[in-house]
Design a protein around this ligand. Structure first.
Ligand code: SAM
Length: 308
């Protein structure tokens, strides 16, 4: 049995015991993780890496989310996290060769996206996460402590004012839908002229506000982002403050339905001495099992980067 499976079995067994005591399974996972940090439980598996621990915790959280579905309980899967990590590595090649970069995720959730990136760039990310949901941010905090990945965490509505210094880069799997606090939305250029504003639009604006000039932002967006009735407004806003670097379509097979399909949008915040890319990279990630097609996709990205 692989090491991450051994760790998962230990977490799972204890979470199930908590479940029998009238907790939800997900609360049981949190109690198990926090209990481990307090020394109440042990799950030492010789030779286990940070990645083994992240994977084991991820599977336990996913099991909990499936047992007790809640609309905001969504985790960014590994495949997507690894893809974004690849792009972060490409765009920050020089900075990462010389030192570390600061990265924020304003919709941190369980932190799976951020911790996937942190494990790939081990030791080279100064991370910040914001999340409104108490259970999710506690799961993220416990995962960070157990995998010894340092991160500054803020439990709050990320669209209200934030005490986060501008970062080099943003990664974010955007929460999609209408934003309920219309008063806060009024502070945004992307506030809807009529009716409620889109959370995902406001998150793009807030993320840009908290990024250094010239910094890159890597978003998972709804595949139909630029097709809504508010899309014109969003497009105009992006053109004024950023350059679209890339729009990358993800394989349909990764999503349960057309409505849930996502793409990756990469922006660069404008800076006076930096030019827009000559060409926006428009690409489609092939089926991940097709190694040859995947190699061609990475080659296309490499060629675009060389000529950009
Ligand atoms: N990347 C995350 C992960 O790997 O677990 C998943 C992010 S999920 C798609 C979007 C997250 O945004 C949810 O956890 C949700 O609770 C959070 N969210 C939604 N509205 C928010 C707000 N106004 N402020 C902060 N977090 C918010």
């Amino acid at each position: 049995m692989e090491k991450f499976e051994q760790i998962f079995n230990i977490i799972n067994e204890q979470a199930e015991k908590f479940e029998q005591q009238d907790m939800t399974y997900l609360d049981g996972v949190l109690a198990m993780l926090e209990g481990t940090l307090d020394g109440a439980f042990k799950w030492e598996v010789a030779g286990a890496t940070k990645e083994d621990m992240r994977k084991a915790i991820q599977i336990a959280i996913l099991k909990g989310m499936r047992k007790n579905t809640q609309p905001n309980h969504q985790m960014t899967p590994d495949t997507l996290g690894l893809l974004v990590s690849y792009f972060v590595e490409q765009f920050y090649e020089k900075e990462l060769a010389e030192g570390s970069i600061s990265v924020a995720d304003l919709a941190l959730g369980t932190g799976n996206l951020m911790f996937t990136l942190m494990n790939v760039l081990d030791g080279k990310v100064e991370a910040t996460g914001v999340e409104v949901d108490e259970l999710l941010i506690r799961l993220a905090a416990a995962t960070a402590d157990l995998t010894e990945q340092p991160i500054s965490l803020y439990r709050q509505d990320a669209l209200e004012s934030l005490l986060v210094d501008p970062v080099d880069a943003v990664v974010c799997d955007l929460p999609v839908g209408y934003y309920p606090n219309e008063e806060v939305a009024l502070d945004y250029e992307l506030c809807a002229e009529e009716g409620m504003s889109y959370s995902h639009h406001l998150f793009i604006e807030q993320s840009l506000k908290h990024t250094k000039e010239g910094g890159y932002l890597f978003f998972f967006i709804p595949a139909a982002l630029f097709e809504s009735e508010q899309a014109k407004h969003l497009h105009k806003y992006i053109k004024k403050h950023a350059w679209i670097q890339a729009v990358i379509q993800l394989p349909e097979t990764m999503f349960s339905s057309k409505a849930h399909e996502k793409s990756i949008l990469i922006l660069q915040k404008q800076r006076a001495d930096v030019k827009a890319p000559r060409e926006v990279l428009l690409a489609k990630v092939p089926n991940m099992a097709n190694k040859q097609a995947l190699a061609m996709f990475f080659e296309k990205v490499r060629l675009w980067k060389e000529n950009k």
